[in-house]
Design a protein around this ligand. Structure first.
Ligand code: HEC
Ligand code: HEC
Length: 262
């Protein structure tokens, strides 16, 4: 009897674990991929809808953004983040101060359309990501130094008030910028559902957003997390971090996929 009871308990536990694991996995899939109508999403992306122009007209044919227009890569970003941004634009929680278009674009779509376009974008795996730093330099854009940015992304800049003259390579010693990696993951590859992929994002967009978080003109971050980070960053830190991130490989030797991307 005792034995039969423990067998029943054991089976119940196995079923329970299997059930929990699969529902957690389903939830993760939802976070990163969404469950909207991809066909409608693609149609909006390519052709627009009503007064809303095609997303491709500013974000590029492949959705990887454009440095001249200051638009971000939106293709391949994960679902929960894209959808949140569209909701924030639609409710004016985030203001597009660049061209004042994204608020109108988001409002011109229904909530279901926003889910659909975010689902479509999250399903894309573009390969032409990131900015050409040399081309930007030639165009007169101030470009940072990638290896210094890498130190900031991986380790942050330590607070030293003991007189130690920390190597300048480590960002701005004394300010205590936290490592971007602690929230955004290795090489800024993103950590759904909250922390967006910032690796391989467009250089100009990264710089603009960091400056906006710093001066408070973008304030849609949960618990003011990004504003707190950016307020500790100098212009140099911002340029360096963006210069590293825009071409940062999300992969390490022996690891051929991003955790949430299949
Ligand atoms: C007229 C140009 C234009 C068009 C058309 C446009 N966008 Fe944008 N989009 C922008 C700009 C500029 C930004 C950056 C604004 C800012 O700094 O807040 C942006 C930002 C975004 C963001 C925020 C991304 C992030 O990483 O935070 C999303 C999501 C987005 N657009 C989706 C779309 C979708 C979907 C469409 C089509 C329905 C679209 N956009 C059409 C110019 C455009
Ligand atoms: C404490 C956690 C945390 C740390 C550390 C952090 N971030 Fe963020 N970051 C966030 C959150 C949360 C968001 C998303 C805000 C939102 O929902 O709009 C974000 C968004 C961003 C964005 C906007 C992305 C987009 O597509 O719109 C940029 C750029 C960014 N972070 C850069 C950085 C850099 C560079 C560092 C390191 C110097 C850093 N972050 C460190 C939490 C963090």
């Amino acid at each position: 009897m005792q034995q039969a009871k423990s067998v029943v308990i054991a089976i119940a536990m196995i079923v329970g674990i299997a059930f929990t694991t699969s529902s957690v996995m389903a939830a993760e899939g939802m976070y990163s991929r969404g469950n909207g109508n991809k066909a409608n999403g693609e149609n909006i992306f390519r052709n627009g809808k009503g007064d809303v122009p095609a997303c491709t007209s500013c974000h590029g044919e492949t959705g990887t953004g454009n440095d001249e227009l200051g638009t971000p890569m939106i293709a391949g970003q994960f679902f929960t983040f894209l959808f949140k941004q569209l909701e924030d634009y639609a409710s004016d929680k985030r203001e597009d101060t660049t061209m004042f278009v994204m608020n109108a674009n988001a409002k011109g779509l229904s909530r279901q359309d926003r889910i659909d376009v975010a689902t479509y974008l999250a399903s894309l795996r573009p390969t032409d990501l990131g900015s050409d730093l040399n081309a930007l330099k030639e165009a007169g854009v101030e470009v940072g130094i990638p290896y210094k940015g890498r130190a900031l992304v991986e380790y942050g800049s330590p607070i030293r008030n003991d007189g130690y003259d920390a190597p300048k390579d480590l960002g701005s010693p004394g300010k205590g910028v936290p490592a971007c990696k602690s929230c955004h993951g290795y090489a800024g590859r993103g950590a759904p559902p909250v922390y967006p992929m910032i690796g391989k994002q467009r250089y100009v967009y990264l710089v603009n957003q960091l400056k906006k978080w710093r001066d408070g003109s973008r304030a849609n971050d949960p618990m003011g997390q990004m504003q707190a980070v950016a307020k500790k960053m100098s212009d140099e830190d911002i340029h360096n971090a963006a210069a590293y991130l825009t071409n940062a490989s999300p992969l390490t030797n022996g690891n051929f996929f991003r955790p949430y991307m299949k």
